[in-house]
Every structure is written in C-alpha cells, then in structure tokens.
Design a protein around this ligand. Structure first.
Ligand code: ADP
Ligand code: MG
Ligand code: MG
Ligand code: MG
Ligand code: MG
Length: 716
C-alpha cells in the first residue's frame, strides 16, 4: 500500500450497491493490464521485506504495559523525510490497522547481489532506531506478532473503552475500542464497519484456551456451549497483529507464476517455523499463530455463504474467508494439484477467457472476484479501465492470502512480483533478517535447480491448520513432496563438499571465504579482490544453471513439466503420485531426511557452493542458515514456545491460563531486552548469538567497495 491518499468513503449501503460495478470494471482493468504487461521481459531480481511493529508503553511503577496509540503522530514525523527526499531515504513507513502499529520497509528494494544479504539486518536495525529516536523513555517499538493482552481491560494508552452499544462505533466490540483503530485514514474503520455489516453480525474468532490445572471454565466471554473458547469479536484482534512479508520481482510473468506456485506449499512450513503468537486477550491458547485469528477477523461471509443457511440472497457457498491460504496454482505444472473445486462466477470467468486470459489465471482472478468490495471511496468510483487499476486493486488487496500475485503497477518500472505473506514477526532483527534471507535464497534455489514443491491444495490447506497447533514446529508432521533422485544427488554432493570443507577447517586450512566454496575454481587468495568475483543473484533465466530458459520463456498453458530437471524421473500414475507426498517433520523438511528429501538448508548450501561469495556475506548467510537449522531441529525454540515458557514459569502465574498485567509487563520487558541485545536467551537465539551488524550505519567493507564500484548503492 502506498502513502494512502485521502478520500471520502461511501456508506456500506452505497458500497454494496456498487459491488457489481467494481467487479465489472475491476475485471476489465485486469484484462487490459494483462495485455499491456504480459510480454514484459527481463526484469531483474529485486526484493524487499515489510516488518510491522507495535508501539508499547511501559508503566514501570505499576508494572503495566499497554499499546501506545501513537502511530499517526509517529508516521507524520517518519514520513517527513520521505516527503522531502522520496528516493533518498533508507526506510519507508506506512500505516497499519492498529493505532499502535506501523509498517516499515527498506527505502528501496534490495537487488541481485549476494552482498545485499548483509544489508537486511542493518536496515531493520536502522528502522528500529529511527522510530526509537521519536519515542519517550517509557515507550518501545516491538516486532511482536500480537500484544498478549490486546483486548484485555485497559490495554491502550491513553485509556479507551469499547462501546459495543454505540451505533456509531465501527467495531461495536466488547473488547477492542475504535480508538485502537488507526485514525489517520478512513480505510481501516470503513473496512471494519463494512465487513461487520456485510456479514450481518460481528466477526467471531474462536480459540481454544490452553487448559492448565486451574483454568476456570467457562472462560470469560466464552460463547454459550463452548466454555473452553476464548472469543474475540473484532477485526482488530487479527488485523491488529504484526507479520513479516517479502516481495520478489520475477523476470517475467511466467517466472512469477512459477514462484507463486512453488512458494505456496512452503507457506504453512514457514508459518510453523515462525510461530510467535500463543496469547490472546490475556489468555494462553492452544494456538501458536495468528493465521486463523486474522482469517476470522475479516470474515465477511454471510450465513448463506458460510453454509449455515440455504442460498437465497447470495450466489455461492464460499469455503474460506477472504483472508486465507491460496486456493489455486497458477503455473501449468501446478494445474494438476488444484484439487479443491474453485468457487467463481462462470460469467466472470468467461469474460476473462474471452478477454484473452488463460484458464489458470482466469480462474484465479474470477475466484478473487467472488468477494464484494468492502471499501470504496467516492473519488474512485468512475475510472478509465484502459489506464486505471483501482477497482482491480480494490478486490486484489482485500484478498489477503498466503501468496499474492502482484501485477506491475501502472506507469512504473516495476515488474511482475510475488509476495510471501505467512510469516509471523520475530522479536529480533537478527531473526527477521534470517527468515527474509532464507526465503530469498530459497527462491534462487527453486529457480536454478528447478525444484518442485507442488503439493495438492487440499494438503496445503491441511498443513496450514497443522502449522498453528501448539509447538507444531517440534511436534507435528506436514505433507511434503518427496524429491526426485536428481535433487537428492545434488544434495548428496553438496553434503559431501560441506563435510570436506568442515574437515579442512578443522585442519586450519580453509578460510570461510567465497573462493573456498566455489567448487574448486576459486584461487583461495586473500580477501583483496573477492568482490570482483562476486556473482549477481540472478533470476532463474540466468546462465548459471543452463536450463532456466525453458521455464521462463514457456508459453502459458503449455506444460513444461517434462523438462523439469528436478522431477523428470517421475511418471504420472496415481500410485506414484500418492507416494510423492509424505508426512515430514519441520526438522526433516529443513535439515533433510535420507532417501526422501535433502532438506531446504542443504539445498541452499549446495546452491551457494556454485556461487562466488565474499567472506562477510558468507558469514552473514551462514549464521542465518545455522539459526534456521537449529530452530527447525528443535534445538532452539520458536518465539511462541518461548513465550509460553515465560508465562508458565512466572511467579505470578496461577496455572489458570491467565496472562496477568504483571506477567505481560515482565514478558514485554524481557522482549525489549532481547531486541536491544541486553538480554541473552540461549533457548531462543543460541549460545553463540551475537550480531555482527550492531549499528545502523554498519556496511561491511567488502560491500562498500562493491557498491561504490557498481554505483547501485541502496543504502547511501
Ligand atoms: P504491500 O503492502 O502492498 O505488500 P509494500 O509497498 O508495503 O507492499 O512493500 C513491498 C515490498 O516490496 C517492500 O519491501 C519493497 O521494498 C519491495 N519492493 C519495492 N519495489 C519492488 C520491486 N520492483 N520488486 C520487488 N520488490 C519490491
Ligand atoms: Mg506494505
Ligand atoms: Mg498491508
Ligand atoms: Mg502490512
Ligand atoms: Mg505486503
């Protein structure tokens, strides 16, 4: 979302009356933009993260922590620099749903150099410091997924009380006051009201309480007949959570479709690995993640659409909320894994196909457009469908799914992109940077090795639910695609090389430099001119793998499955198809399981061995990979598990699932210590954790030279 333009929102009744208007023009706009942009080629890899933050205010006398409703005021200050120098800032700040939330991204996307991995954590640190400079001593900016006592009594500063009976209230929540919704733009309150009105009642978010020995049932506010449910009743409980997102630019639309598909099955896997939100409205729950909460928090489906009443006013029964995991793959290889029937209006689909859109993309867009607009501004009603895309974006941007397929914006130099949206926000910049760099590297490996993670949509859906279970990272198993021999062979080679290298290190011979890792073609010289040999992080079409062009230039609709190196040894018989999918633990998925899957991290290491990587970059990447391997192995625990342990071991905890004001305060204080590097938490970050990039101005020397030479500095 750009700097939000001001405008006048229409009433729900007006908006509702224009639903078909938005649909019709939105679809036309998509058809037009598709034809303008479908042949766009040769965009380079660019990528960037989005981190959402919560502003917390501590009362050190009373030992209470609250969310500070300061976002609007902070954003006014944070955006000043951008307004003065839009292309020169190191960070960009945007509003989010909560009046206590802000979203930060790098000032410019990162590019295709390996050395850019060094910039991520430093930039995240810069952002945190930039906000911190604007805060009072008792305030703190935190990348926590959920504020544990969000919706518990007096959780805001200044104090604000919910007004459930007030017809002018947007949320009408028993717990979440309208003052906690970002006040600086009407979009957020409008969405809140319209979703509630469309649904016909308040949203209803149900979480099972974590039952401890003295948990009192029914839980306060539990729905009738469901005594063990923590009930949340407002959009803010979900949209007021923070997450970590990533966007990648693909070289063309075909590569974007492929990346979208390949990353989709990894969404539940990354959700489980990044689980960070076990506490809601002051209760420990059975869930470790925000996903179902946020999904229910914007579930605008009517009773008819949810299948609770026979269809009468509405056209369809709809299986999921508009916030959920994706429902269909977009690439030809993905087609056969679209095993869940897609709901869409045949007329809309037909219009798209007649407009020249292929089946897979047409059904994707038609499916997005089963949703009605829930936010419309009077200034935007009448548009030129040949140029504008607002009606398309209106529906696209309120389909909040695990992956988003992003067409190039009108009149821009930006290409086709995909957004990876499942991850929960982690406490430290180190963790967030590790996740970001890991996923970016994974996209490179997918494209270079032509990996295939496609898993039937029904199984991905199942994995999404599994991922949210308590301690899923260590305890649950996930449907995962068994890999082919070729992939295994590659990984075996990679492992052998890694072992040889480790051996060499213990002998004191090798240094951790890029040349030493480059398949023996490096010269092992000193650091002097490494940066000259540094390779760009290319797109899949690059020469480095020799077979990338096959997929990137493939025409839509023609299957190129047979040319997929990684999977060409599979036939299509049902039997073998079934055997393709196995239940694996997170540890097995990341670290490998013999004869089944080499592991995501070994695959990345194997890829890196074919690249020239300078010492700094190698160190940076290695510490991230090691961290991810350890968390996947259960050697380090997830943020969610750590938070549970903090609560359960707190002297104030009464075995009743309640996270009291004091427990909340101490937990958040400890988190503050961790993010500032003052609190050591070996269970979370390991014994040897110490960040190399301590200050916001740190740029590794090798990178400085590189940037000076290429003139493509993102950070100066
Ligand atoms: P949204 O909120 O719509 O998902 P944002 O603009 O908040 O999008 O964030 C998008 C992310 O994409 C940012 O990290 C930004 O740096 C990055 N980005 C910007 N331009 C490109 C590009 N051309 N290719 C890839 N990523 C980009
Ligand atoms: Mg954003
Ligand atoms: Mg957003
Ligand atoms: Mg956001
Ligand atoms: Mg985003």
């Amino acid at each position: 979302m750009g700097l939000l333009s001001e405008g006048s929102p229409l009433s729900w009744e007006e908006t509702k009356a224009l639903a078909d208007h938005v649909r019709e023009h939105g679809v036309n706009q998509f058809i037009n933009l598709y034809h303008r942009l479908k042949d766009r080629q040769g965009d380079i890899l660019k990528w960037g993260d989005e981190v959402e933050y919560i502003i917390v205010k501590f009362d050190d006398d009373q030992k209470v922590a609250r969310v500070a409703l300061r976002a609007q005021d902070l954003l006014a200050q944070l955006n000043e620099k951008e307004l003065a120098d839009p292309n020169g800032v190191k960070s960009l700040w945007r509003p989010e749903y909560g009046a206590y939330m802000i979203e930060g991204t790098p000032g410019k996307p990162f590019g295709g150099l390996m050395a850019h991995f060094n910039l991520v954590e430093a930039n995240m640190r810069y952002r945190r410091e930039e906000v911190t400079e604007l805060l009072a001593k008792d305030e703190c900016v935190m990348s926590i997924t959920n504020f544990p006592r969000l919706g518990a009594p007096n959780f805001t500063y200044p104090l604000a009380q919910p007004r459930p009976e007030d017809p002018l209230s947007s949320a009408r929540s028993l717990y979440f006051p309208d003052e906690a919704i970002f006040p600086g733009h009407p979009r957020f309150k409008t969405l809140t009201r319209n979703i509630r009105k469309r649904r016909g009642e308040k949203v209803s978010i149900k979480l099972k309480v974590f039952k401890d020995t003295k948990t009192k049932l029914p839980v306060e506010g539990a729905p009738p007949g469901e005594p063990d449910v923590v009930l949340l009743d407002a959009m803010g409980f979900g949209m007021g959570c923070c997450c970590l997102q990533l966007t990648f630019q693909a070289c063309n639309i075909t590569e974007a479709r492929r990346l979208y598909d390949q990353l989709a099955p990894l969404c539940p896997i990354m959700l489980a690995l990044t689980a960070a939100s076990p506490i809601y409205r002051g209760y420990l729950t059975e869930s470790d993640c925000r996903w179902n909460v946020i999904s229910s928090s914007v579930d605008c489906r009517t009773e008819e659409e949810r299948g609770l009443a026979p269809l009468d006013q509405q056209k369809f029964k709809i299986a999921k909320s508009r916030y959920d995991s994706i429902d269909s793959y977009l690439s030809p290889e993905g087609a056969k894994y679209n095993d869940v029937p897609l709901t869409y209006d045949e007329k809309v689909y037909k219009r798209l196909v007649e407009g020249g859109i292929d089946h897979l993309l047409a059904q994707h867009v038609a499916h997005l457009f089963i949703r009605d607009t829930v936010s419309l501004f009077s200034e935007k009603v009448h548009q030129n469908d040949n140029e504008d895309t607002d009606h398309f974006e209106n529906i696209q941007s309120t389909n909040w799914q695990t992956m988003r397929f992003k067409p190039p914006p009108p009149n821009s130099s930006i290409g086709w992109r995909v957004e990876f949206r499942p991850c929960e926000a982690q406490i430290s910049d180190f963790e967030n940077a590790a996740i970001v760099c890991f996923v970016v590297l994974l996209t490179r490996v997918i494209l270079s090795y032509q990996l295939n993670f496609l898993t039937p949509i029904s199984k991905v859906d199942e994995n999404m639910q599994t991922a949210q279970k308590r301690d899923a990272c260590r305890k649950e198993k996930f449907w995962f695609r068994k890999s082919s021999k070729t992939t295994e062979q590659r990984a075996a080679k990679a492992q052998a090389q890694a072992q040889a290298q480790a051996q060499a290190q213990t002998n004191g011979k090798a240094t951790l430099n890029g040349n030493g890792l480059a398949n023996g073609n490096g010269n092992g010289s000193e650091n002097g001119d490494q940066e000259e040999q540094q390779q760009p992080l290319t797109n899949g079409s690059a020469k480095m793998n020799g077979h990338g062009n096959g997929t990137t230039n493939g025409t839509n609709g023609s299957s190129n499955g047979s040319s997929n190196g990684a999977d060409s040894d599979h036939t299509d018989t049902d039997d073998e198809e079934n055997e393709l999918f196995q239940l694996l633990s997170i540890n097995e998925i990341f670290n490998g399981k013999p004869n089944v899957f080499p592991g995501l991290v070994p695959l990345i290491r194997s890829y890196l061995q074919s690249m020239e990587v300078d010492t700094d970059t190698h160190c940076t990447i290695e510490q991230y990979l090691r961290f991810i391997q350890k968390r996947a192995a259960g050697e380090l625990i997830t943020t969610a598990t750590w938070m549970r342990e903090q609560v359960l071991s707190h002297p104030d905890y009464k075995q009743d699932s309640v996270v009291s004001e004091r427990i909340n305060y101490d937990l958040l204080k400890r988190i503050q210590g961790i993010q500032e590097g003052k609190q050591v938490e070996p269970a979370l970050l390991g014994q040897d954790y110490h960040s190399k990039t301590k200050t916001k101005d740190f740029i590794p020397p090798a990178l400085q030279k590189q940037l000076a030479k290429n003139g493509c500095c993102e950070e100066k």
